[in-house]
Design a binder for this molecule. Structure first.
Ligand SMILES: [Zn+2]
Ligand SMILES: [Zn+2]
Length: 549
């Protein structure tokens, strides 16, 4: 590094908040906790308790993101070489989950009110807060979607579903088995290997090592954008095909991350082994057909898109010149379904690069694969590889531009450019400004979840895995009898009521103070843990310290 400090620049005294955040990161405490009020129904005592935000992104909260990364690594480890069928038990919601669900419901009500008042800025703010609350819920280990059922549209099945052609692969009945085969050597030793699988998307044009194309004008940005948008569906199809071809209920823990060229790819820990030839065959034969209206040639330009006409019988988007309403989404799909010769709007497949490793449990190789698997989970897709040359920066810009005008979903505003009214069309849709996750630069076209875990991976959800790790620490602490303060002592759950503290609440505690409290709790906890661990080291066989930080 050759940069020299600028002597003229004044050194600003660090703000208390920045200092506290730095200290929080140092100790692994959350930097943006949520305040919850706990009411003791026996004594009437009220106490404000800071709950960690639970973000999975280091840019939002490095401490929570790091904890979540370690927890994911633990979860991946727990299911990878399982040798007995996992039992699925659903845990009761914890006090923490209930508090966040209450908070989320409040935000939802506020959002509905803001919508009714046409307060677009308020709606946007509340939607951010709802996404954050969902992060917290996920971190608290809740399964499934917390969106109210009314917001989840039933999946359209007619005319699109049956057109997914069957790939040319073996189709076996799927046995109710999730555990891999055991192999025995002639000298009687047994092995139960598992698999580490990496799949990529096809080439869109040759690229240099910085990810930028050799010939930018020939690089197929449109295909790259569409493949990224539909990557999640392709991966779903892979697991379906794999289970049918292998004939058992194959389980996986997978992570989606970008390559330098900006295309998503998939790393997966798969339990058990599948013949390499079959795996390659499944990867090569798997594809996903997108039965959307054709959208290769725009009919309208972003400068003069269709307009919303309130004067019609049923308000609709109409042609800006002649005022004729656009064809609705459902009608367009019906026409498409009736035309047996119409090709799909897009077909996405994997590329030819398939990497398969056989991995034995609790080996150095297994550890390496697990670390690799969770390495980028704390970063958004565009942060994983910062462009390190001007041409790489231009490349990411061009990809983002292609993604800006690609339809991301049936409700996407970009359909207007292709003369189709988006599904569920409402006033205010602007092509190029769709809020869909796929268009966000941070996602590079992939709007799905980054960590994909099959249902019977370990038989436990994240909360249960977290409890497991905490129990390990408590056991270690128990060796020296250290008193540990838990937010809710076990067996005392009914005694406490939890209430979210809303931003308008006069009791809203000082954020800084909450962070400082978390820091001191964290420090105390770590000291106790380290003391206990040192003492235990002499008495117990090597205890692992997954939850030490
Ligand atoms: Zn946090
Ligand atoms: Zn969109």
């Amino acid at each position: 590094m050759t940069s020299t400090p600028n002597p003229i620049r004044k050194i600003r005294p660090p703000l208390a908040r920045e200092l506290a955040e730095a200290a929080a990161v140092e100790t692994g405490a959350c930097i943006r906790p949520l305040a919850v009020r706990r009411i003791d129904t026996t004594t009437g005592a009220r106490q404000v308790i800071p709950l960690p935000c639970g973000s999975t992104r280091a840019a939002k909260c490095p401490s929570c993101a790091e904890r979540s990364r370690r927890l994911r690594m633990w979860q991946a480890h727990e299911g990878w070489h399982l040798d007995t069928e996992p039992e699925i038990v659903t845990a009761e919601p914890t006090a923490e989950q209930l508090a966040v669900i209450g908070y989320r419901a409040d935000l939802e009500a506020a959002r509905a009110a803001a919508l009714a008042e046409n307060d677009a800025a308020g709606v946007a703010d509340l939607e951010c807060a709802i996404t954050d609350a969902d992060d917290m819920l996920r971190a608290a280990g809740a399964r499934g979607s917390s969106r109210p059922p009314g917001e989840r549209k039933p999946r359209r099945t007619r005319s699109t579903r049956r057109r997914q052609d069957a790939p040319n692969l073996p189709r076996l009945p799927i046995a109710n088995r999730t555990v891999g085969r055991t192999f025995e050597t002639p000298d009687g030793r047994t092995y139960r290997p598992s698999t580490f699988l990496t799949l990529t998307l096809p080439s869109y044009g040759r690229v240099y090592s910085d990810g930028s194309p050799v010939d930018p004008d020939a690089y197929d940005y449109r295909r790259a954008a569409r493949d990224a948008i539909h990557f999640g569906d392709l991966v779903d199809r892979l697991w379906q095909n794999l289970r049918r071809a292998a004939g058992w209920n194959v389980q996986y823990f997978a992570a989606v991350e970008p390559q330098r060229r900006g295309a998503p790819h998939l790393h997966a820990a798969v339990r058990g082994t599948i013949p390499r030839k079959l795996l390659r065959q499944v990867a090569a034969a798997t594809y996903h057909q997108v039965w959307w209206p054709a959208h290769d040639e725009p009919i309208y330009s972003p400068d003069r898109p269709p307009v919303w006409d309130e004067t019609l019988d049923g308000p609709a988007y109409v042609d800006p010149d002649i005022g004729r309403p656009l064809c609705t989404w459902d009608d367009t799909l019906d026409q498409l379904g009736a035309d047996k010769t119409a090709p799909p709007a897009h077909v996405v497949r994997f590329g030819t690069q398939v990497d398969i490793q056989g991995v034995l449990g609790d080996t150095e190789q297994a550890g390496q694969c697990l670390r690799y698997l969770v390495k980028y989970l704390t970063k958004s897709l565009d942060e994983c590889h910062e462009p390190d040359s001007p041409s790489a920066t231009v490349h990411v810009d061009r990809l983002a531009e292609a993604l800006r005008f690609e339809p991301c979903s049936p409700t996407c505003a970009n359909w207007l450019l292709y003369g189709v009214a988006p599904d569920n069309a409402k006033a205010g849709l602007v092509p190029g400004l769709c809020k869909g996750k796929a268009h966000k630069r941070a996602n590079l076209g992939y709007g799905g979840r980054r960590c994909l875990v099959s249902r019977k991976w370990s038989g436990r959800n994240l909360t249960e895995h977290r409890t497991e790790r905490r129990d390990h620490v408590l056991r270690t602490l128990g060796v020296v009898g250290a008193a540990v303060q838990q937010a809710t002592p076990d067996g005392d759950r009914e005694r406490y009521l939890w209430q979210p503290i809303r931003p308008s609440d006069p009791d809203q505690p000082d954020r800084l103070e909450l962070v400082l409290r978390l820091i001191s709790e964290r420090k105390r906890w770590r000291q106790q843990y380290e003391r206990a661990r040192d003492q235990a080291a002499a008495e117990l066989p090597a205890a692992d310290d997954h939850d030490a930080a």
